[in-house]
Design a protein around this ligand. Structure first.
Ligand code: FE2
Ligand code: FE2
Length: 289
């Protein structure tokens, strides 16, 4: 049986109204708040509502969001995201991005996981949040976290040796079962794609795991631009798709707000891409792998 899901990323939902003034006095957040206010002109939460409406109209089984659901990892932002996901009218799968670990405090309190664990239910090794595996017949979604608190102006990510070892074992087992493996990761995984200080620090080690075990599809966000690539596997190459921000108002090619509808089965992958034309999401390219 195929899994039909909508993928979007980097929705950066912002609700500054629910945020107490003391938050703005936190020095670490000053730059972030300026950034977030600037971002308000570049992104519109209205587009995320439009994606949900289209996902339902397209009869998608599920919505998959690959991180950066907030800007500053504040409680008020996670509250808003949890409500939006809960009211979406279809199941949601989410993984964190670097903005969802914006401060050390948010990481220490496991704020992302505390608020959004209902959307990350699945099989996992005891004592570890990631990777989690959601199985749908012959298809599995494998959720990773690259979210780490970084210095200001850094947007790097890291999987870490423990998570990579667990991923290795999961891909091996699912591969032997003939399951179509869809890996969800926030940061780009193809070399040379991420901007400086914006990259996945253990990209090579991730590539080694894929080379050894393979994967059918790898979905990411983070760079807010449309990207297509692949990573070598033991047999076939893993297809890698990076998607622009789901809520971007930009009309620059590749940077428009976007989502994709995937139909994934062990036999193959079909993708239908949709882009924001300034007014609505319109059907674009279709591809089969
Ligand atoms: Fe982002
Ligand atoms: Fe990001």
């Amino acid at each position: 049986m195929a899994l039909r899901f909508v993928h979007c990323s980097d929705i950066h939902l912002l609700d500054l109204e629910g945020v107490g003034v003391h938050r703005f006095l936190n020095k670490r957040l000053t730059g972030g708040v300026n950034l977030a206010l600037g971002r308000r002109k570049a992104h519109s939460p209205h587009l995320f509502d439009a994606i949900i409406d289209r996902a339902r109209a397209l009869k998608a089984d599920r919505l998959v969001v690959t991180g950066d659901v907030t800007n500053l990892a504040l409680e008020a932002e996670f509250e808003l995201v949890r409500r939006k996901f809960g009211e979406a009218g279809l199941p949601v799968t989410v993984i964190p991005g670097n903005h969802d670990a914006y401060t050390k405090g948010s990481v220490r309190n496991r704020r992302f996981e505390q608020y959004l664990n209902a959307f990350m239910e699945g099989e996992r090794q005891a004592g570890h949040d990631y990777p989690f595996v959601q199985r749908f017949g012959g298809v599995a979604l494998i959720g990773l976290s690259t979210a780490i608190a970084t210095l200001p102006l850094y947007a790097t990510g890291r999987l870490g040796g423990g998570q990579l070892a667990r991923l290795d074992a999961i891909l091996k087992e699912l591969g032997e079962e003939g399951v179509a493996r869809v890996v969800l990761i926030h940061h780009p995984v193809v070399e040379g794609v991420a901007k400086a200080r914006h990259d996945l620090l253990d990209l090579d080690a991730f590539g080694e795991v894929i080379r050894r075990r393979g994967a059918e599809l790898i979905l990411h966000g983070h760079e807010h631009i449309h990207l297509e690539g692949e990573l070598p596997g033991p047999d076939d190459a893993a297809v890698v798709h990076g998607i622009a921000s789901g809520t971007a108002l930009s009309q620059k090619p590749g940077r428009n707000g976007a989502f994709s509808l995937y139909t994934v089965a062990p036999e193959g992958i079909h993708r239908a891409h949709y882009i924001w034309d300034g007014d609505e999401f319109v059907a674009g390219q279709e591809s089969t792998h």
